[in-house]
Design a protein around this ligand. Structure first.
Ligand code: FAD
Length: 485
């Protein structure tokens, strides 16, 4: 009998440690063929955006190097998936295909079809595993057996469930096939953007499993114990910045969960109640990600339709010019502009500021949350269908556990509260750097002499605000009346 040959189809699990599909293939014995197929068309309307593609390029390079260190390789192919798998099965004699699950609606459909084709027509073993979540979206249920639409009871239910599985180890050995199938060059996939944009991303991030682990270790030693107190201040290093690594599966939630729990138990020193609370808050955020996947899985229409159906008829204004000003960070509201510029320059934005800019777009500019979600989709390195949809519907007041539409963030007060010393705005809106804190978040209220001393001419160096928040608030509430009831 010939030796088994397993194709491991890498997708959003670009790591060797705690990779259940890879681990199972190594345990199965015989040769293992690591494969990545670039088939963006399979995601339907949600092919990876520009910033994600940049990340993917570098993450694939890192994965390929790690596999080579183990004496293996990463076979790269351009899709379509079915034809590519068919050809590879033929060329390699593989008798099994393993992968880790994805949860985007279009990909669930694709994977289901591929699995039955592999099992029934190609007659090979096809198995999928969970690498991406602590709990599968269908494992958490209300007492009545349905899905959750609110986070707190979801979180409480998970706390009464058995502990999530621990992370698996990196396989010790990956046996090579007798001969390797052809692979295309990484550059030929055309993932790297040609614009200079990529330099800003490269300065900020180290895609790949080692970069992810380094980020986690740094956060454990420098951020976790103060997380709850620090996480809302965008000018400080108070959050983990693990989101793009988690999104691409360079690190899994099981490993993060275990390391955080370990730290809480036997960290560098005995932690008191207050510090344990800080750490626990981080675990709760990891469960927001779980909740986002739960909602996407059970309500697969939400990327394009509000979960609360009455908002489908909201009278959006969708002013193209205002949308452009928001995208470019030229709204005249410093905290909004700082966030949008951070996003464009680094592919990431602090969570507090994501909430502020989203509220501003939806409520001050009356531009649909879908426009905002689309811009984030293209520019975020962590753009994630589950979390992005949840975040935008939260801001739009129309989703699961959403902020009610009538609760409208005041961008000046938010700036003063969460960037009181102005570090964040000064970093991203340098033309205002010389303004005193008192007016930094509302330059239109500054005396002419203050503006002059700071070298700012409003309307020239920095835009006049494009809307008056108080008036915009009233328009938003009037628009809300149209959908009430
Ligand atoms: P930390 O504060 O260190 O949290 C650790 C991890 O917990 C994060 O990496 C993330 O995986 C998870 N997490 C934290 N907060 C949330 C949340 N509110 N929802 C879901 N998961 C969470 N997150 C994405 O990963 N991708 C997105 O596309 C995305 N779009 C968003 C859009 C809007 C409008 C809003 C308001 C939020 C969005 N978020 C998104 C959630 C959140 O802003 C980011 O996960 C977080 O800022 C990432 O930074 P961090 O890794 O330092 O987070």
């Amino acid at each position: 009998m010939s030796e088994p040959v397993t194709i491991v189809w890498f997708r959003r699990d670009l790591r060797l440690t705690d990779n259940p599909a890879l681990g199972a293939a190594a345990e199965r014995g015989g040769a293992v063929i690591p494969l990545f197929m670039w088939c963006p068309e399979d995601g339907g309307d949600w092919a990876p955006g520009g910033a994600q593609r940049w990340w993917l390029h570098h993450s694939l390079a890192a994965l390929s190097a790690s596999l080579e260190d183990k004496g293996s390789r990463l076979v790269l192919r351009q899709g379509p998936a079915k034809e590519t798998l068919e050809e590879l099965l033929e060329a390699t004699g593989a008798d099994a295909v393993y992968w880790n699950r994805r949860y985007e609606p279009a990909l669930i459909d694709r994977d289901r079809e591929l699995k039955s084709w592999l099992q029934e027509e190609a007659e090979v073993e096809a198995k999928s595993f969970n690498s991406h979540l602590l709990f599968e979206p269908w494992e958490v249920e209300t007492k009545g057996g349905g899905p959750y639409k609110v986070y707190s009871p979801f979180w409480r239910m998970t706390q009464s469930m058995p502990e999530p599985d621990g992370p698996g180890d990196e396989p010790e050995e990956l046996a090579s096939p007798k001969s390797w199938p052809d692979s295309v060059g990484l550059d030929s996939l055309g993932l790297e953007p040609t614009r200079d944009w990529k330099d800003g991303l490269a300065a900020q991030w180290t895609p790949g499993e080692a970069g992810a682990r380094e980020r986690l270790d740094r956060f454990l030693s420098e951020g976790l114990e103060e997380y709850k107190d620090e996480r809302d201040f965008p000018g400080r290093e108070g959050v983990s910045r693990l989101s793009p690594h988690l999104h691409h599966g360079e690190i899994g939630p099981r490993l993060i969960y275990r390391e955080v729990r370990r730290y809480m138990k036997d960290g560098r020193r005995d932690l008191g109640k207050a510090e344990l609370k800080q750490c626990e808050h981080f675990v709760k955020e990891i469960f927001w990600r779980e909740f986002a996947y739960h909602v996407l899985y059970h309500f697969p229409e939400t990327p394009t339709e509000p979960l609360q159906a009455k908002y489908a008829d909201f009278p959006w204004d969708n002013n193209k010019e205002a949308l452009k000003q928001w995208q470019k960070g030229q709204t005249g509201y410093p905290i909004v502009d700082a966030g949008m510029r951070q996003l464009y320059a680094t592919g990431w934005m602090h969570n507090r500021v994501r909430m502020i800019v989203a509220s501003f777009l939806v409520k001050d500019l009356l531009i649909s949350w879908e426009e905002g979600a689309a811009w984030f989709w293209d520019t975020l390195v962590d753009a994630d269908l589950a979390s992005n949809t949840l975040g935008w519907q939260w801001a739009g007041g129309c989703g699961a556990d959403a902020a009610p539409y009538f609760r409208i963030f005041n961008p000046v007060l938010q700036g003063e509260k969460f960037d009181g010393d102005g570090d964040y705005v000064r970093r991203w809106v340098p033309e205002l750097a010389e303004l005193p804190n008192k007016v930094l978040h509302k330059p239109w209220e500054a005396e002419a002499s203050t503006l002059e001393e700071a070298g700012v001419v409003l309307g020239e160096d920095y835009p006049e605000r494009i809307v008056d928040h108080q008036k915009a608030r009233e328009s938003a509430l009037a628009a809300l009346d149209a959908v009430k009831g």
